[in-house]
Ligand binder design. Structure first.
Ligand code: FES
Length: 123
């Protein structure tokens, strides 16, 4: 799989409000199933791997959602780390300064969100 092969294609119209999140599954370069999600925030779309840089646990390990409207940030349910929606950088909690792995999101003429690893952050 090259970096431009879509990991997922999601109808952007399903993300109606800021803070809405849609999860998706994809295969990594070793063929292992991984989880990601796409977020709408301030009218833009951002996609990340659903894996906290602190303990490599899914952000929603306990099923309580990925976005905190009270904090205007993505949240890891395990230890409460908060992540800036645009960059995925941890701004509060045990992994401040670390980043979620970010994917590239492109919108086609039909409003479909094409998610690829081309924009994957290596940090
Ligand atoms: S595993 Fe996410 S904050 Fe600890």
């Amino acid at each position: 799989m090259n970096t431009t092969t879509p990991l997922a294609v999601i109808d952007g119209a399903q993300l109606r409000r800021d803070g809405d999140v849609i999860p998706f599954s994809y295969s990594d370069s070793f063929g292992r199933e991984q989880e990601g999600f796409v977020l709408r925030w301030q009218g833009e779309f951002f996609a990340y791997q659903n894996l906290c840089p602190h303990w490599s646990a899914p952000l929603d390990e306990y099923g309580d959602g990925l976005f905190s409207h009270g904090s205007n940030a993505l949240i890891c349910q395990t230890h409460g780390a908060l992540f800036e929606p645009h960059s995925g950088e941890c701004i509060s909690g045990p992994c401040v300064g670390d980043k979620l792995k970010k994917f590239r999101v492109q919108t086609d003429d039909d409003g479909q969100l094409i998610i690829t690893r081309a924009g994957l952050s290596l940090s």
